[in-house]
Design a protein around this ligand. Structure first.
Ligand code: SAH
Ligand code: F3S
Length: 481
């Protein structure tokens, strides 16, 4: 799901109804994709009922949980470093228990207990409802592991505790797992088969957020465009569904349309779109509703047809261009961002040039670029040699990052002189006298606070820009307020 976020966040202290009396302190932090951050909110909710209050202080914690990422080797190293830190803290607080959640838990399973003595508890992404039982085991002095993947679990019945929230934007997960089997990617192994969540429960969660004054909701999934609800179950079984189930099924375009119609004053975003699954009707629904943000994260990975095939990305370069053309035709002001991997096995200089020329065609607004990192168990690891030298991967990566920097600058400069709607999220990191928010295109805009408040939709005249931020001045409220 979209971007890996290298920084971690901790939960805030909270009080919830219906919790057990003896309160214990939970420190929970998340690494990796937005789905992990969203899952940690589900975990905090499950444990609140067990009497755990979250704390932002690692030193105070009775239970430390780290929600982990396996997407690249570096992400795993970051988590290992964090475990060293917990080790140091545990010396002063020997009763502290440590659990690992998420993709590394799923990938390493029992091995985690052998490799990292600090770890008491290993829980995979589909086993969070078992946490109360697992914690009982740990309390009794035994290590506990549950890494069973599920074909049904969507946590639809759990109302997440909003951790570290700005009170303005929130995530709602709509699918879990991924069936795409891109050959470089560990996600299908760590998060299991793709399943969609009941649309009714999604709308109820959005309803709750809207009633609590949230203004922007991001629908999350590894592959949101593949969303399909026909009563539950795996997507591959849809063919066996009854005629009634087929007639009443909800796909992503329909879900988006329902949510945007029901909450016309709430901004909706979604991530991530896989080009092979994004259909024209989704773009049409986006064009129809002003409250669906004009921004699509559309990973390409490589501009070379040969490499796309080796990656098992099930579309061609031309099909991707057709999709981009359709987006630009139906939503001319739509921002588009990419994920690109450099140095996938067998990638030649010509393949790399194909990626650069594809970028020239699209001129992405943003990008998230990575050097290929071989992941154990993936098809690429089993069948292909990681044969592009590290220095070549890094050089190609630098070239791609530089080109993206130029394109981002061109895209940002185009906003100068325009007046755009910004949803205020927080004070600017650099100046307490300024607000920071985002435009519909997901570009950060910063402007003097005046009398505006967090959560306001404001019209901002853009006067200048840096490589990543628009700078301007508010000229009044947006009519969306
Ligand atoms: N569909 C997912 C993709 C998750 S991974 C989503 O919701 O975003 C995010 C990005 O990490 C991928 O698009 C890819 O560009 C990158 N990535 C995945 N596996 C990788 C690997 N083995 N090496 C380098 N980058 C990788
Ligand atoms: Fe990974 Fe491809 Fe799914 S990148 S998450 S297998 S769409």
């Amino acid at each position: 799901m979209e971007k890996t976020i290298d920084e971690s966040i901790q939960g805030q202290a909270l009080t919830l109804e219906g919790k057990k009396e003896n309160t214990r302190k939970l420190f929970i932090e998340s690494y990796g994709c937005q789905m992990n951050f969203s899952d940690s909110e589900i975990v905090a909710s499950i444990l609140a009922k067990e009497g755990f209050n979250t704390t932002q202080n690692l030193e105070d914690a009775d239970l430390v949980l780290v929600n982990t990422c396996s997407i690249r080797e570096k992400a795993e190293q970051t988590v290992r470093k964090r475990l060293e830190k917990y080790n140091a803290v545990k010396r002063n607080n020997p009763k502290m228990k440590v659990g690992v959640l998420g993709c590394m838990a799923e990938r390493l399973k029992n091995k985690f207990l052998e490799e990292e003595k600090i770890v008491d508890l290993v829980v995979g992404p589909d086993a969070y409802k078992d946490l109360p039982n697992l914690i009982e085991e740990v309390d009794a002095g035994r290590n506990a592991v549950n890494v069973i993947l599920s074909k049904e679990e969507t946590y639809a019945d759990i109302s997440p505790v909003r951790l570290q929230s700005n009170g303005v934007s929130a995530f709602v997960s709509i699918t879990r797992g991924c069936d795409n089997m891109c050959t470089f990617c560990v996600v299908p192994f760590t998060r299991g088969r793709e399943r969609s969540r009941d649309p009714q429960s999604i709308l109820e969660e959005i309803d709750d957020l809207v009633n609590n004054n949230f203004k922007e909701i991001t629908l999350l999934g590894q592959n949101v465009d593949s969303y399909l609800w026909y009563g539950g179950g795996l997507k591959k079984d849809f063919e066996k569904a009854s005629d009634f189930q087929k007639a009443t099924a909800t796909n992503f375009a329909k879900l988006l349309d329902m949510a945007a119609t029901k909450y016309p004053k709430t901004r909706l975003r979604f991530t991530t779109s896989n080009p092979q699954d994004m259909t024209l009707d989704v773009i049409e629904v986006m064009a129809k509703h002003p409250n669906i943000c004009k921004y699509i994260h559309l990973p390409i990975q490589s501009g070379s047809d040969r490499i796309l095939k080796e990656m098992n990305r099930l579309h061609t370069r031309q099909e991707y261009f057709d999709l981009i053309d359709n987006i630009k035709r139906l939503i001319p002001d739509c921002a588009i961002s990419q994920d690109i991997i450099t140095g996938f096995p067998t990638e030649t200089e010509a393949d790399h040039q194909d990626t650069l020329s594809l970028m020239e065609y699209v001129k992405y607004d943003y990008g998230f670029m990575f050097a290929y990192s071989e992941r154990p168990g993936t098809l690429a690891e089993r069948k292909m040699e990681d044969d592009v030298p590290e220095a070549t991967k890094k050089r190609r990566l630098a070239e791609i990052i530089e080109l993206q920097r130029q394109h981002s600058a061109v895209r940002h400069q185009a906003y100068i002189g325009q007046t755009v709607e910004v949803l205020i999220e927080k004070a600017s990191k650099k100046s307490d006298a300024h607000w920071s928010g985002r435009t519909t295109q997901n570009t950060v805009a910063v402007f003097p606070k005046e009398n505006y408040n967090i959560g306001d939709f404001v019209m901002v005249r853009i006067d200048e820009c840096t490589s990543a931020t628009l700078l301007g001045e508010a000229v009044g409220y947006s009519k969306n307020n």
